[in-house]
Write a protein that binds this ligand. Structure first.
Ligand code: ADP
Ligand code: ASP
Ligand code: MG
Length: 405
């Protein structure tokens, strides 16, 4: 008998019919002799809808009230899924994040899990029931309801799988697995049979929305085996595991892109020790997540520093960097929010030179100008014009031979 955590995303529980299908899938798993713990997201686009409503009602959004509001979406879904299970004779009970034992910090709207104490979930399993947990939520050290952030239900699933020592954590979604690139951009993208935690982490950090990056980090840290698969076709999907070192590795496994970042340039800053420290400490204190950073060679004692920040953080980052620029006697600050990042990822890159060269040649052949470059041991990323990024993705997916045969 295996213990399986099954998490269903918004599209997988979007309406009554989908919920009944999910219930039937759970029933098949239970009949096979396995124990199941369910984690559900809010139905369809409900989280977006709740956020929109909050915006209509007020310009003031206290974190505590926002979390109370957003987590209502998952609570509604979990109760309904439970009823769908009862309807076909499966005894089940729903649990909020708090009831399921998710203790978090009090960083509302993006709370971090501090501990999972799943005694009630375990008791429910022991009693032969199917526990259904509302995703992306917990209770803070101040005893308030907290939301784990967008995509947080994946993290709920991984964390409960770890806390219960489950055999696998299945993340059900509206595609059949993790693809070699976004299937909406490249219809011939191939479903990956396996992907390593390291590769998937790089993918999710550079634009692949599935699974949520935090859940992949959690799974890697705690060794939770993931299976990303479809709640529509129910076929086998993508297994996420440790890298198998004796396997012949593809040099490039995936191409990702994201449009979520903007580029800032601080021009004409004095080239002396402590300047970069000052700029990036100020951004860190604002909790702005800076990503790519490029500093030019200095001429006549001054240099330019360019970096990327998430779109949402751009206004704050601009305001503060402008103040710093005045203080440092820098030339000025500019921003470009029409950029995109395209990345190629592959564990085989470690032992195969030439990937960056092929990537740059391919972009050149498409007439795409590279504005910034960054690398890790298994990734090369380029910042390019946002209008050109989909072309770049298609060309790179092609040149590295990733398409379906
Ligand atoms: P869910 O709501 O089920 O948690 P999301 O809607 O957040 O899932 O993410 C799933 C979507 O991610 C898919 O519909 C797919 O179009 C998109 N996607 C983009 N890149 C990839 C990729 N490389 N592999 C799989 N899906 C991807
Ligand atoms: N419903 C939330 C969201 O859309 C949490 C989740 O589904 O992971 O972000
Ligand atoms: Mg979705």
């Amino acid at each position: 008998m295996a213990l399986v955590v099954q998490k269903f995303g918004g599209t997988s529980v979007a309406d009554a019919e989908r919920m009944r299908e999910v219930a039937h899938h759970v029933s098949r798993t239970v009949r096979r002799g396995d124990q199941v713990v369910l984690v559900v997201s809010a139905m369809g686009k409900e989280t977006d809808e709740l956020l929109r409503l909050a915006g209509e009602v007020s310009v003031v959004h206290p974190g505590r009230e926002m979390d109370m509001l957003i987590t209502a979406g998952e609570r509604k879904a979990m109760a309904l899924v439970c009823m769908a299970l009862h309807h076909i004779g499966i005894d089940s009970e729903s649990f909020t994040g708090s009831q399921a034992g998710f203790l978090t910090d009090n960083n509302h709207q993006n709370a971090k899990i501090l501990d999972v104490r799943p005694s009630r979930v375990q008791a429910s399993l022991d009693a032969g029931r199917v526990p259904v947990i509302g995703g992306s939520q917990g209770v803070s050290i101040d005893n308030d309801v907290t939301f784990l952030g967008r995509g947080g239900s994946d993290t709920t699933a991984v964390a409960i799988a770890h806390a219960l020592s489950a055999d696998t954590c299945e993340l059900y979604t509206d595609v059949t697995g993790v693809f070699t690139t976004d299937p909406r951009v490249v219809p011939t993208a191939r479903r990956m049979h396996n992907v390593s935690f390291d590769e998937l982490l790089e993918m999710t950090a550079t634009g692949c929305p599935k699974p949520a990056m935090r859940s992949v980090e959690y799974a890697r840290t705690h060794g939770v085996r993931l299976h990303v698969r479809s709640a529509f076709t129910w076929q086998e999907g993508t297994w996420v595991d440790e890298e198998v070192s004796n396997m012949e590795q593809a040099i490039v496994s995936a191409v990702t892109h994201d449009m979520a970042e903007a580029k800032m340039t601080l021009a004409g800053v004095p080239d002396r020790p402590g300047v970069a420290a000052k700029v990036f400490r100020a951004l860190a204190d604002l909790e702005v997540n800076v990503d790519m950073i490029v500093q030019n060679v200095s001429t006549q004692g001054v240099t330019d520093i360019s970096f990327t920040v998430p779109h949402n953080d751009l206004p704050r980052a601009m305001e503060h960097t402008q103040l710093l620029a005045d203080e440092l006697g820098a030339g000025g600050v500019t921003a470009d929010d029409s950029i995109a990042r395209v990345s190629v990822i592959g564990a085989g890159m470690r032992s195969n030179p030439g990937v960056a060269a092929t990537m740059f040649e391919t972009l050149a052949n498409c007439g795409v100008n590279i504005q910034m470059i960054s690398t890790s041991a298994i990734r090369v990323s380029c910042v390019v014009d946002g209008d050109e990024v989909e072309n770049a993705v298609r060309a790179l997916h092609d040149v590295f031979g990733l398409a379906e045969d």
